[in-house]
Design a protein around this ligand. Sequence first.
Ligand code: ATP
Ligand code: MG
Length: 139
Amino acid sequence: MTGNRTFTMIKPDAVENGHIGAILEKITAAGFKIVAMKYTQLSLRDAKGFYAVHSERPFFGELVEFMTRGPIVAAILEKDNAVEDFRALIGATNPAEAAEGTIRKLFATSIGENAVHGSDSDENAAIEGSFHFAGREVY
Ligand code: ATP
Ligand code: MG
C-alpha cells in the first residue's frame, strides 16, 4: 500500500529566482493538496540533519551551504500515491536529465541547485514532515 502524503521544499535557488508562485501553481495544478506550509530558513544543524544520509558524499559541504543560504518554502502535500507522483512531477535530480515540463526542467539551474526537494519514500515523507511541522500545523 502506498501513502498519500509527501514532503517538499522549494529550495533557496528557486526562492531567490522568484519561482515560489509558479512552482506552487504546478503543484496544485497536478492535484496535490497543500496540508501544511511555511516560509522558513534551515540552520546549519537542520540542513546537516536533514541530509545526514549524504554526509559522506563529496558534495555534502556544498549541499549544506546551499540549503542554508536563504529562505525556503516547506510543505506537506496530499494526493493518492503522493511520493511517486511528486517525484515524477519534479523530474530527475539533474535538471539536464529531467523530462520536459517537470519542475526541475523548468526552474532548476544545476544538479546542486535543483529548485525543489521531494521525499523518496513514505517513511521519509513522514520523518521529514514532522521535522518541520507540529501536528497542529497540518490541516
Ligand atoms: P532531494 O532529496 O533534494 O529531493 P534527490 O532525491 O533528487 O533530491 P538526492 O540523491 O537525494 O537527490 O540528493 C540530494 C540533493 O543533493 C540533490 O537534490 C542535490 O541538491 C544534491 N546533490 C545530489 N547529487 C549531487 C552532485 N553530484 N553534486 C552536487 N549536488 C548534488
Ligand atoms: Mg533525495
